[in-house]
Design a protein around this ligand. Structure first.
Ligand code: FCB
Length: 443
């Protein structure tokens, strides 16, 4: 059979994404380390501990794995509590360590994308109110200045803040992240401060490095009505789409905040994104429920029939990736898929999830969306926040006790994609045959 290939644009970035706290280990100076010590906060009482021991030096072997399996990019984050361990103390050695990593990456053909805030805050900052405090945006900007000054020779792509929507929802609405509150007023205040922090960082990065490209990574969740055409389902659907998916990025376009029940202006935020970072994992079906006023009369469930991940955290709905890409495209600026992946310790669903989602990404590229890259979450199993070690997102598995890595079958799939810069029918026939007919109907 002749080979068909869904080819990606030349120069496409292929990599994985990681976050400092989830892989580095050995940190007792941020709010998450404290949160992990509090009984009942993390599933099974798990702790990040040594994590993947990147701080101890294992970043090198893992990034070698990435390089040797054809990846040409990597997304990582800088841990604020290491760079500024106390309000009036900067740790240049810590910064040097990141410099080493980034230098290694650029010398080894790995384009870095660096996140400046990925869920964790220095302990001293959270003791001062963290992002509830209006002093925090300026403190964050000061931290960014220090980091960008040092690292700009190696980094062109910056994400200021990872998933402001998840950070707020988990910390101030659901209360499963620190500070564990359920307070909508404070949530709105944190929203404002994150926008201010982002805008200040955006300006500083451009001042220091005019050619840099700066964005945020948004967790886009695809929402579909339980009863298409039902005017009742439309209400909660419009609400969750606006508040969760759109509010933050929209404000970075025109400086207008629209949280449905609360509208105001933050003019300094207008025009502060150069690309859209899209984190897509799954879709929810949304219905109106009069019995749930606390949840704005809405109820969510995974689409019927969709394959679910091991712990039912994610449903495999590739069409939702398409929704996310369409949402991103509407901003008219380049798009980077900054996260996408599935928890699957046995690697039974991941190969299929990966290929089906990449197919949607290819479709978008084929429509000439300005797609620049794809970062899989994640390279190696790592500490999954309040879900601890129960969820395994790595292309490589990790034995937390021995630090042993094991290569999953998905690495073969991703390696072929990266090396061919495309999805080929031969690869799919060989490695993920159950999706061959759907993806290549005429093969
Ligand atoms: C995203 C987070 C990332 C990781 C994945 C599974 O929401 O940005 O740190 O936990 O989910």
């Amino acid at each position: 059979m002749p080979e068909a290939i869904f080819q990606f644009p030349r120069g496409f970035l292929w990599g994985c994404a990681t976050a400092a706290h989830q892989v580095e280990g050995g940190n007792s100076n941020n709010n998450w380390s404290k949160w992990e010590e509090t009984p009942g906060k993390i599933v099974n009482g798990h702790r990040s501990g040594l994590a993947c021991d990147w701080w101890g030096g294992r970043w090198l072997e893992d990034l070698e794995r990435a390089r040797d399996s054809g990846q040409n990019a990597h997304r990582l984050s800088i841990e604020w509590s290491r760079i500024q361990p106390e309000p009036d103390r900067w740790d240049d050695e810590a910064l040097l360590k990141y410099t080493e990593m980034l230098r290694w990456m650029t010398r080894n053909g790995i384009t870095p994308l660096v996140t400046l805030h990925h869920f964790t805050d220095p302990l001293w900052l959270s003791e001062r109110g963290g992002w509830e405090s209006e002093d925090t945006p300026a403190l964050f900007a000061r931290f960014c200045r220090r980091v960008v000054k040092t690292l700009k020779d190696y980094v062109n792509l910056w994400v200021t803040i990872n998933e402001p929507n998840v950070y707020i929802l988990s910390g101030w609405v659901e209360g499963v992240f620190p500070p564990g509150k359920q307070d909508l007023k404070l949530a709105a205040r944190v929203f404002t401060n994150l926008v201010q922090g982002h805008s200040a960082a955006y300006r500083i990065i451009h001042e220091l490095q005019p050619e840099a490209r700066v964005g945020v990574a948004t967790n886009y969740r695809s929402f579909a009505p339980a009863h298409p055409g039902s005017p009742l389902d439309k209400l909660p659907l419009g609400f969750v789409n606006q508040v969760f998916n759109r509010a933050f990025n929209n404000c970075l376009v025109d400086g207008k905040v629209d949280l449905v029940f609360k509208k105001y202006k933050l003019p300094q935020a207008a025009g502060t994104q150069d690309f859209i970072g899209l984190n897509y994992y799954t879709r929810d079906v949304v219905s109106f429920n009069l019995l749930k006023p606390g949840a704005f009369f809405h109820q969510r469930a995974f689409p019927a029939g969709a394959a679910l991940s091991e712990n039912h955290f994610i449903a495999n709905v590739p069409a939702g990736m398409w929704d996310g890409l369409k949402w991103a495209h509407a901003y008219g600026i380049p798009i980077i898929v900054t996260e996408n992946g599935i928890e699957d310790s046995r690697d039974t669903l991941r190969p299929r999830y990966l290929v089906e989602h990449l197919h949607q990404v290819w479709r978008a590229a084929n429509y000439n969306y300005q797609l620049k890259g794809y970062f899989h979450w994640s390279l190696v199993d790592n500490f999954e926040w309040e879900r601890g070690w129960t969820q395994r997102f790595g292309l490589w598995g990790l034995d937390v006790d021995t630090q042993q890595r094991n290569r999953r079958r998905s690495v073969d799939v991703y390696e072929r994609v990266c090396r061919e810069n495309g999805l080929s029918s031969h690869m799919v026939a060989e490695l993920v045959p159950d999706v061959l007919d759907a993806l290549f109907p005429d093969h």
